[in-house]
Design a binder for this molecule. Structure first.
Ligand code: ADP
Length: 391
């Protein structure tokens, strides 16, 4: 038996997981290297979350390449002879080119660099780890899985902006994100309730980043995120959809530059900005502050408005699926969203919702409602296995 490493690189951290592969991937190790560029440290745990090691790392010159080497060094003693036979990378942007996971070559990895301007906050870090891996382990297959790929099935209208045509040719269009999560969740729905999965479904990925996806017969037809992961729903620290005129006003009247606007819409807004307290739903739920309640109310209101929009894109709605940190764990948010969907004939089974059961709709609800925990790492590991067996 061998192992697959799954890597999710962010600006200052690398999350990774090691799966044993036999018939299906089985989680063996999970790890995190954080504080890259500041005070780097590593943590490794077993499949059950038991901590195996914690290590402070030398800050001098510790970049994503060093973090990649550190990851390989830290996991080696715990592989029990199940050497890593392939690596799967979460890559935020596959542009208009990549509609499915691919085995990377140095050339195709360089093609991913063309999408850096489309995702400047994520793509360079994804790529730094891929380049480090290709250089240090040229014989180890590297697979890229894209957050945009699941949405490539969307009809042209759903991908378009009403801007002058020439900008579309430069790649300025709606792409959509969280695709690896949507792929996993729709796969689970298909296994659990195939007749419902073949209908009109909205999946609500509600975590720090949040988006909705309209899925028809397992394929994305519309989503709330667009050119960037800043569009659509209100999120932990992102404002989501905003009148574009506001941004022009900020430039004119507040003298803001591009970096300041970026900081405003990605890091200072959302639940954090409106509450003035926290981006974390648990903290807001526990707070007595009216601004915290207002932040949650706006979060739910934006979800309801966008569910209406996606139901229109689908021509109706058969099922609603909640996933990610808030969707999986916060029964109150689910209940508030469900209450706002009563006009669609959606009715919750309250005790099932409080328990967080897989099915939380009442038996005679016109819309089936599910809670399906997402698992992006497992989805990547499966894609790697599939591609390796095709080789
Ligand atoms: P990320 O997008 O970083 O992967 P997650 O999917 O982990 O985010 O979601 C993080 C969000 O989930 C936070 O707002 C957090 O407060 C919320 N969350 C996690 N557990 C709970 C819980 N038990 N109740 C309410 N909210 C929760």
């Amino acid at each position: 038996m061998s192992s697959i490493a799954v890597v999710n690189a962010g600006s200052s951290s690398i999350k990774f997981a090691i799966y044993g592969v036999a018939d299906a991937p089985t989680l063996r190790l999970k790890g995190l290297i954080e504080g890259i560029g500041a005070t780097p440290r590593a943590r490794l745990s077993d499949a059950g979350g038991g901590v195996l090691l914690k290590e402070d790392l030398p800050p001098q010159g510790f970049d994503h390449a060093a973090a990649t080497q550190t990851m390989m060094r830290l996991v080696a003693p715990w592989l029990d002879g199940h050497d890593i036979s392939a690596v799967g990378h979460r890559v935020v942007h596959g542009g208009g080119e990549f509609a499915a996971p691919v085995v990377l070559t140095p050339e195709s990895a360089e093609r991913l660099a063309a999408f850096i301007p489309l995702a400047p906050l994520h793509q360079p870090h994804n790529l730094a780890v891929i380049r480090a891996m290709l250089a240090a382990h040229p014989d180890l297959p590297q697979v890229a899985c894209f957050d945009t790929a699941f949405h490539q099935t969307q009809p042209p209208l759903a991908q378009a902006f009403a801007l002058p045509r020439k900008y579309a040719a430069d790649g300025i269009r709606r792409y959509g994100f969280h695709g690896i999560s949507y792929e996993y969740v729709t796969g689970r729905l298909k296994a659990l309730a195939p007749e419902i999965a073949s209908g009109r479904v909205v999946v609500a990925h509600l975590g720090n980043g949040a988006s909705l996806c309209a899925v028809m017969d397992g394929r994305s037809v519309a989503t709330t995120m667009g050119f960037t992961a800043a569009d659509g729903l209100m999120m932990g620290t992102r404002c989501g959809a905003i009148d574009p005129g506001v941004l022009v006003h900020m430039i004119d009247q507040y003298g803001m530059g591009a970096r300041e606007l970026e900081d405003l819409i990605y890091r200072q807004s959302g639940l954090l900005g409106v509450s003035g307290l926290s981006s974390d739903m648990r903290t807001l739920r526990a707070a007595d502050d009216p601004a915290a309640k207002e932040a949650i109310a706006l979060f739910v209101y934006r979800i309801l408005r966008e569910i209406g929009s996606l139901a229109a894109a689908l021509g109706g709605l058969d099922a609603l699926v909640f996933t990610a940190g808030i969707g999986e764990n916060d029964a109150k948010t689910r209940a508030e969203v469900a209450a706002g969907c009563a006009w669609l004939g959606l009715e919750l089974d309250e005790p099932a919702n409080l328990r967080g059961d897989l099915t939380i709709s009442a038996p005679d609800s016109r819309i089936a409602v599910f809670v399906i925990p997402t698992n992006e790492e497992l989805e990547i590991a499966r894609s790697v296995m599939r591609l390796m067996s095709d080789r």
